[in-house]
Ligand binder design. Structure first.
Ligand code: HEM
Length: 229
């Protein structure tokens, strides 16, 4: 019997990947809303100093959890972090070719005949995922570093550096939140197997068909059979 017909499951997300991703995503949006309300609320004079101060206390505690989550993933699951980074940084010919038709999504969803019809076989992540996840991980690290530097304050940094760190912290987070909200989440919802795999409380596995459809090169090259069904 074939793997697909036998209902084989493929372990894609380990517990550490799932815990990191969920805490990161929840903290991300909580940090975004507390930060944006204070920034624009102050600019427009729409919130009191008291509210702004309270929201900033929340922002800093959430930032501490966000930092611990990222540092904890690297320290306590270095093998998983390394596997993710290795897969994200492997840019072979098929990764580049993905951008010739953007994975066929413009044709599939908007009927735009963009590039060749065929999508070259992809590894664990496709070209678009590699590009965006590398940006997300860099953004997480940048927001953590700049966040703590801003917390240390202008007397330590000097006014000019403080100003630039502040502007890039605020606007960088707004740009990446737009990417996550407008692209990452809608695209993530296209594959319920991956969506449930990373978000469910329980095993992070996906169906054989989903792995074969989205990541045939990964399935062929890296996935190991461990249980005979
Ligand atoms: C709250 C809404 C979110 C949803 C519904 C969501 C959904 C998903 C899904 C389904 C995957 C698995 C895709 C795959 O198989 O590769 C994934 C992976 C990923 N997401 Fe999100 N995500 C959300 C928020 C975020 C945020 C805020 C960030 C960071 C800025 C983020 C960064 C990542 C990264 C780096 C991966 C790859 C992780 C891995 O393969 O272990 N996500 N997300």
């Amino acid at each position: 019997m074939s793997n697909a017909a036998s209902g084989a499951r493929i372990l894609r997300f380990h517990t550490s990947d799932k815990v990191f991703h969920s805490i990161n995503a929840i903290c991300w949006y909580a940090l975004f809303f507390t930060g944006v309300i204070v920034y624009f609320g102050n600019m427009m004079g729409a919130i009191s100093d008291e509210t702004a101060n309270l929201l900033m206390v929340w922002h800093i505690w959430l930032g501490a959890l966000f930092t611990l989550n990222f540092v904890g993933y690297i320290l306590f699951a270095p093998d998983r972090f390394a596997v993710t980074m290795k897969n994200l940084m492997e840019w072979d010919k098929n990764t580049i070719m993905w951008f010739r038709n953007f994975g066929g999504y413009p044709r599939r969803f908007f009927k735009i005949p963009f590039g060749p019809e065929e999508v070259p076989p992809q590894g664990r992540y496709n070209g678009g995922q590699k590009m965006s996840y590398l940006i997300f991980i860099a953004a997480i690290a940048y927001l953590i570093v700049t966040g703590w530097l801003l917390w240390a304050g202008a007397p330590l940094l000097g006014k000019t550096l403080f100003y630039w760190l502040f502007i890039t912290h605020v606007w960088g987070s707004i740009v990446v939140t737009a990417m996550v909200t407008c692209a990452h989440i809608p695209l993530a919802l296209l594959s319920m197997e991956h969506f449930k795999g990373i978000w469910r409380v329980g095993p992070g596995d996906i169906s054989y068909e989903a792995a074969e459809h989205h990541s045939p090169t990964w399935l062929k090259r890296d996935v190991v059979k461990v249980v005979e069904k």
